[in-house]
Write a protein that binds this ligand. Structure first.
Ligand SMILES: [Zn+2]
Length: 703
């Protein structure tokens, strides 16, 4: 009927025909819009079944049946409204079901997201649990390290935001870092929490695939993994809009959400609950008048927008600011430096220098000791500690209020970057005996203590009682610190027969570091001298090779002023119980004693002055030795002899364990041998060393 009508009217006039075509166009438009919406719904529901349907083998078939069925219905079923209603109903059903899928906090998580951080408040004190501070070896390899970080809320003074471009220029990941001044930075990044076997995809991110995750951690983890390992572009801007009050409110908002996620899992959603949308929500919540118009999907220009709104520094043209804000090069140069956060901010406008200068009072009055172990066997012997003694000693440290800290923390403290407890100890273990892996490591794990292994590379993987590279890698992965103990374990002061000293020494010092760094993908920062022997050339060479700390074998309590190239260690074994006791007493001597230097002789861990092998310029020297590590010395038995002089009236102080003799006459330039004897547990012990009075040196100092 209507067709005839249209045909007829088309013949009669133009106007009605136009009206008919208009009605047709409107209907077409409505149909298109409805179909478009329904198709988006079908596509979404298709994806929901494809990704989320509980029975995995049915996911694809079901999604296919649904998708094809819906399209077929829309194309073939008439009247059309019936098909449209049916398809809409099916989409609603899928959506309703999708909403009932519960997020979980208890999947088999990937190790990077294994722990969900949470935060406790104790007045001004903020205790952050599961603070992530992984050390990365490559994009995918890392040593997990979950820390407990404590900051004072009143120290929070600024907020920085990062934009992180991993590929497309229009989209970036954004995250924040809170500047707690002397307590360092707390970086928070909102990400997906992925279970083992999952891979991120933006499409899957639209569905119930990934739980929401708040990474709270160190910038050396969250920033460095992006700049130094994934090699992504990262920019850093200080949020000038965040006054301390706003910064505080924002931090509390973040923490509240992180705690909620810790309590009850939430879904991540690519569109509605992603890194940027959550930041926007947080900023809104703190009542900011203009939470910026965060672009949800196309957020690559977020920094430009912040610049327009004067939320970041505007003293420079944006292009220039952006150039300075690119932190990758500085991050790569800083690498594992504890001053990483300071170094990536160097030269950034809006960040006042004083804001990142390490505070002068990072507990500079703390004292520390370093313990040295070798083998772990059931029968006590020289250099052997029994498992029982070891366990008892680790417990004794705890019972005596001595905190075990890592080598990295010791270095950070020395650089003024980090505070350490006022009584701290570093545990070091030398010479890669495999009993370290089989016996000591499990015991250390019981206590959760960090420790350092000093390795001389030549002996690794040689069978017998030596540790393998695989075992070292396994311990490294679990957080053990690996450092250098030369290539051959030869006394560094003398080259082996027929070898050029300089070339040989260079290889021992540089070669060991390089081998360890290459084999294990670590950064070596410390060197332990074999037998504790060293001289000026050795120390200088090691310093040039990049060792930031050098260790002798003379036990004593030390403070922040101890020279970096002569850090002493108490050599512990089950025969010399007194050495550990002396360590536990936290030493009886102080490293601040002027002019005291360290060395160890083969038979006993001992400090002497002058050092063994040293050339001195002073013609009337004072000879000193510290017997603290010799064990239970009978005070009356201590005797000092000097070549050309015989027995000298040296004075022994049982309190400081120092034996001292000051020459009252000038010595002629030559070499002198000092022989020291004492009774230890009824047994006579002798040790000797030499020094040279150097006439050339005398002339040099006289000038
Ligand atoms: Zn050794």
């Amino acid at each position: 009927m209507s067709q005839t009508k249209i045909l007829k009217s088309s013949e009669s006039s133009v106007k009605p025909r136009a009206l008919g075509a208009g009605r047709f166009l409107v209907r077409l438009l409505v149909l298109s819009v409805v179909s478009f919406i329904l198709l988006i719904g079908v596509a979404w529901a298709f994806g929901a079944l494809w990704f989320d349907f509980p029975i995995s083998v049915l996911r694809r078939p079901l999604a296919a049946v649904f998708g094809l069925g819906a399209i077929a219905a829309l194309v073939f079923v008439r009247p059309r409204w019936r098909a449209q209603l049916g398809v809409a109903g099916a989409i609603v059903l899928v959506a309703a079901w999708e909403l009932t899928i519960p997020p979980s906090n208890t999947r088999d998580w990937q190790p990077q997201v294994a722990e969900a951080p949470y935060v406790e408040f104790q007045g001004d004190r903020v205790v952050i649990h599961s603070f992530r501070n992984f050390d990365y070896l490559s994009k995918t390899e890392f040593r997990p390290r979950w820390e407990t970080k404590i900051v004072q809320l009143s120290n929070l003074r600024a907020v920085d935001f990062f934009t992180n471009f991993w590929g497309p220029k229009l989209i970036c990941h954004t995250f924040l870092s809170f500047d707690f001044g002397p307590d360092g930075y707390v970086c928070i990044s909102i990400e997906t929490r992925m279970a083992k076997g999952q891979n991120y995809s933006a499409l899957a991110g639209l569905y119930r695939q990934f739980e929401l995750y708040y990474v709270i951690g160190d910038e050396r983890d969250i920033v460095r993994v992006r700049t130094n390992y994934r090699l992504e572009d990262v920019y850093l801007y200080r949020l000038l809009a965040a006054t301390p009050e706003k910064a505080r409110a924002l931090f509390l908002e973040y923490v509240k959400s992180a705690n909620e996620v810790h309590e009850r899992a939430q879904w991540y959603n690519e569109l509605t609950s992603n890194c940027t949308s959550n930041i926007r929500v947080h900023i809104k919540h703190i009542g900011s008048a203009r939470p910026w118009d965060w672009q949800l999907l196309v957020n690559g220009t977020i920094a430009e927008r912040a610049y327009e709104l004067r939320a970041i520094d505007t003293s420079l043209p944006f292009a220039e600011l952006k150039r300075l804000s690119y932190i990758d090069e500085r991050a790569r140069a800083a690498d594992r430096d504890p001053a990483f956060s300071s170094r990536i901010r160097e030269g950034l406008p809006g960040i006042h220098e004083a804001w990142f200068t390490p505070p002068p009072d990072a507990n500079r009055t703390a004292k520390f000791i370093v313990l040295l172990y070798h083998r772990f066997e059931d029968r006590p012997a020289e250099l052997v500690t029994t498992p029982n003694d070891f366990r008892a000693q680790l417990k004794a440290l705890k019972d005596n209020g001595i905190s075990v800290i890592s080598m990295q923390d010791l270095l950070a403290w020395r650089k003024g970057e980090k505070a350490i407890p006022s009584k701290s100890a570093v545990i070091t273990i030398d010479d890669e005996w495999n009993s370290q892996y089989y016996v000591a490591w499990p015991i250390l794990k019981e206590f959760g203590y960090p420790f350092t292994l000093f390795i001389y590379t030549q002996w690794v993987n040689t069978g017998g009682k030596s540790t393998t590279w695989a075992q070292l890698a396994e311990m490294r992965d679990a957080g053990a610190d690996i450092e250098a103990h030369t290539v051959s374990h030869h006394d560094l002061r003398h080259a082996p027969r027929a070898q050029d000293y300089t070339t040989w020494l260079h290889n021992e010092v540089y070669g060991c570091k390089e081998t360890l760094e290459n084999k294990l993908g670590v950064k070596i920062i410390a060197l332990a001298f074999p037998y504790g022997f060293h001289n000026e050339v050795v120390r200088k060479t090691a310093k040039e090779a990049g060792y930031e700390m050098q260790f002798t074998v003379y036990g004593r309590r030390m403070d922040i002023n101890v020279p970096a190239d002569q850090i002493g260690r108490y050599a512990i074994d089950s025969l010399k119980g007194d050495v550990f006791k002396a360590a536990l007493d936290f030493g009886t001597t102080d490293s601040t004693q002027p002019g005291v230097e360290t060395s160890q002789l083969a038979s006993a861990a001992m400090l002497t002055e002058p050092l063994n092998d040293q050339r001195i310029t002073e013609p009337k020297p004072t000879i000193k030795a510290n017997l603290a590590s010799m064990g239970d010395v009978d005070p009356k038995s201590v005797e000092m002899r000097i070549s050309g002089f015989g027995l000298v009236p040296a004075v022994y102080d049982p309190k400081t364990k120092l034996v001292t003799y000051a020459f009252t006459q000038k010595l002629v330039p030559k070499m002198y041998i000092v022989i020291l004897t004492a009774k230890v547990n009824g047994k006579k012990v002798e040790t000797r060393w030499d020094f040279t009075v150097d006439p050339a040196g005398l002339i040099a100092t006289d000038q």
